[in-house]
Design a protein around this ligand. Structure first.
Ligand code: FE2
Ligand code: FE2
Length: 251
């Protein structure tokens, strides 16, 4: 399996991981041979890299199983998308559904005996916030397992990771997707997302358990242990351990 920039794709390579759109629907399905048309399409929608296998005997690559089931990932993206929309619209979150999503991720990781070698495959930039949130949740959950977290801790950590960028929903799309240098004002808008997300989570206090922990993850996931992060420049022990894990998983 190879992760290649879209520019380097060649016809006849086989897609090794499905590509999802922001609502969790498959955009291109794993196993599909790459065509010139697909390459053009991928460039057009701004997907930077894709994972492929090739029949070239020099590589002898087999498509690996994804670290969680495709259905789990697609469902998770769909529900995170929905959750971000509803919390923005009317402050409501389907808590049971989000807990199920976290649970299913943990279950798949345990069931598939995910190993650390696969970590590199999911530390990917995802074009969309929702796919990104799911990647960060999967990776956080794996890191939590390596730290021997209890099932309950894993649940909170995974849910917190799914919601860590909740505050991004309020950032205008043109700022989020801007490739060139951001102005000071635009950067200030981006820097506001951790606290905005934490605030949204606080507002759901009566429907969402463990809001203190979940909002700590949201508010502190861009802090760095040397104090160089934002928004508060917290250091070392001032940053919650769950937020540190999500920060590692957040790329
Ligand atoms: Fe973030
Ligand atoms: Fe993030």
């Amino acid at each position: 399996m190879l992760r290649l920039p879209v520019k380097k794709l060649k016809q006849g390579m086989i897609l090794a991981q499905s590509i999802f759109n922001q609502r969790g629907a498959s955009y291109l399905v794993k196993g599909q041979p790459i065509t010139k048309g697909y390459i053009k399409q991928l460039e057009k929608v701004g997907i930077p890299t894709v994972t492929v296998t090739t029949s070239d005997p020099d590589f002898q690559l087999l498509p690996p199983d994804d670290i969680v089931a495709e259905e789990t990932r697609a469902n998770a993206i769909k529900h995170v998308y929905h959750a971000f929309q509803t919390t923005e619209q009317d402050g409501h979150l389907d808590v049971d559904m989000m807990e199920d999503v976290a649970e299913k991720i943990i279950f798949d990781l345990i069931d598939r005996k995910a190993n650390l070698v696969q970590l590199t495959d999911i530390r990917l930039h995802d074009t969309y916030t929702f796919g990104h949130s799911v990647n960060v949740a999967i990776l956080s959950s794996m890191l939590g397992m390596l730290c021997h977290y209890t099932k309950k801790d894993l649940q909170i950590l995974t849910l917190g990771a799914l919601l860590h960028d909740l505050g991004k929903i309020a950032i205008p799309e043109e700022i989020l997707t801007k490739n060139t240098g951001l102005t000071d004002e635009e950067f200030a808008v981006i820097k506001a997302h951790p606290l905005r997300g934490a605030q949204r989570i606080h507002e759901m206090e009566n429907m969402l358990p463990h809001t203190a922990l979940l909002s700590a993850i949201a508010s502190e996931h861009h802090e760095h242990i040397d104090g160089s992060g934002y928004p508060r420049g917290l250091k070392d022990e001032e940053i919650h351990r769950y937020a540190k894990i999500v920060a590692i998983a957040d790329v």
